[in-house]
Design a protein around this ligand. Structure first.
Ligand code: DCM
Length: 132
């Protein structure tokens, strides 16, 4: 029996915009856009993993806010969970795994080529931003 393993992605909000990150690796995902994040390590909560991953990948501190309902399949045994998060301090920089970052207003989230798994959560995040 295989237990699913969680990858946590962050819908990072700042001043009414959503952060999109373009992957630089692996080759089959490079150039596609995602909600940045990564795999939970043993003993870690989703909130802890998100804080750690965004510190490593983007050099910023975030505060996870709430989970977006749903769970989306990735390459087995992984599933994607998404949390909204607020930028606490600093400027995002692509330190690891990404080669471009973009802040998108909710009416413009469709302008980048999101990984399939991320699309429902991106749409939900855009609705949250629009609702204010
Ligand atoms: N992944 C994804 N969407 C995200 C984060 C990750 O589809 N927002 C996928 C890409 C990889 C896997 O999850 O196949 C593991 O991600 P990573 O390589 O960043 O640990």
């Amino acid at each position: 029996m295989t237990t699913v393993r969680v990858v946590v992605g962050g819908a990072v909000f700042d001043r009414g915009r959503l952060l999109a990150a373009r992957r630089s690796a692996p080759p089959e995902l490079a150039g596609r856009w995602e909600l940045p994040g990564g795999k939970l390590e043993p003993g870690e909560s989703a909130r802890q993993a998100l804080v750690r991953e965004l510190r490593e990948e983007l050099g910023v501190e975030v505060e996870p806010l709430a989970r977006i309902d749903g769970e989306w399949p990735l390459k087995p045994p992984y599933v994607l969970h998404v949390w909204t998060a607020r930028l606490l301090a600093g400027e995002v920089r692509p330190l690891q795994d990404h080669d471009e970052l973009r802040w998108l207003t909710p009416d413009r989230v469709d302008e980048v080529d999101w990984l399939e798994a991320d699309r429902p959560a991106v749409a939900a995040a855009a609705r949250l931003l629009t609702a204010g």
